[in-house]
Design a protein around this ligand. Structure first.
Ligand code: GUN
Length: 282
């Protein structure tokens, strides 16, 4: 059996074309969706991600602005920046790039972002709304995974979805989203005992652990659907996921590749969330 490959780059292009049309429609109503990204310090990976976000915004006509702050900024000064952005009607979406320096309480900063402008979906109000199935701004990677599953025709109702990873950014919210679509959800994490005995029960396996090529055929039921959220740069320069793709590709029914799988969907959903936030200003 050869797996069908769930390409995120193809779907991302399709969604971005549609979002560009929506941006043009909003412009006719004098609303130019706008995103402000706050970056603290000079973490090279964060800088690259922020540039990618900016470029993606510009390509579809979203106005983007980056506020670069020194790594020694105080928590209070950063909070004041967030408060100013909350009060600025020309800013529809606010994103504080993570990680923040150790002396800053990340949770406190995220709590201050106005929930209707919280395009990351990390504010506890949005997390709470998601958990009770209310309309919310939803974290971008899990939202992108749901779009992928839908586009590639994966049915969720009554299926056993196993999520490996319990981060606030991916693991917890993807579990909630799958549960809201009537999947039966099991969470596994670094302390889970007999991991493969659980993951082998999965009809849909979501892997978000950050360990290169950790998941092998021994963890997967034949014919399962596998979503790989991993993204590790090997010293060879190659990018790989958390799943040993070559080993499992003939064992599963559908799988996301790395790269060109979940990755391109994350920024696409940031564009989606920014437009959703801008619509609040209608
Ligand atoms: N750092 C790594 N991923 C993310 C993300 O999705 N949002 C923010 N704000 N920071 C990140």
């Amino acid at each position: 059996m050869s797996a069908s490959i769930m390409y995120g780059d193809i779907l991302a292009q399709k969604i971005r074309s549609n979002l560009k049309i929506v941006v043009n429609e909003l412009k006719e109503e004098n609303i130019i969706p706008s995103l402000t990204v706050v970056i603290v310090g000079d973490n090279p990976a964060s800088k690259t991600y922020v540039k990618m976000k900016q470029k993606a915004c510009e390509k579809i006509g979203i106005r983007s602005h980056v506020i670069e702050l020194n790594s020694d900024i105080s928590e209070e000064d950063l909070l004041n920046q967030v408060i100013n952005l909350n009060e600025d009607d020309s800013v529809h979406g606010i994103l504080v790039q993570l990680p923040l320096p150790d002396h800053i309480n990340e949770k406190r900063i995220l709590e201050y972002i106005e929930p209707t402008k919280d395009v990351d979906g990390f504010n506890p109000i949005n997390i709470g709304r998601l958990s009770i199935g209310q309309d919310a701004l939803i974290p971008c990677t899990p939202l992108g995974i749901m779009e992928l599953l839908d586009f590639y025709g994966v049915s969720l109702r009554g299926k056993h979805a196993v999520v490996i990873g319990r981060s606030n950014i991916v693991g917890k919210p993807i579990g909630q989203l799958l549960l809201n679509k009537d999947a039966t959800v099991t969470y596994c994490h670094s302390k889970t005992e007999a991991l493969s005995s659980i993951t082998k029960q999965a009809d849909i396996l979501i892997v978000a652990i950050g360990k290169a090529q950790f998941i092998t055929k021994d963890h997967i039921k034949p014919g399962a659907v596998v979503i790989d959220v991993g993204n590790t740069f090997l010293s060879s320069g190659k990018v790989v996921g958390d799943v040993d793709y070559n080993e499992v590709k003939d064992h599963v029914s559908q799988i996301t590749p790395v790269p060109k799988g979940v990755g391109p969907m994350t920024i696409t959903m940031l564009l989606h969330n920014t437009i959703k936030a801008a619509k609040n200003f209608k």
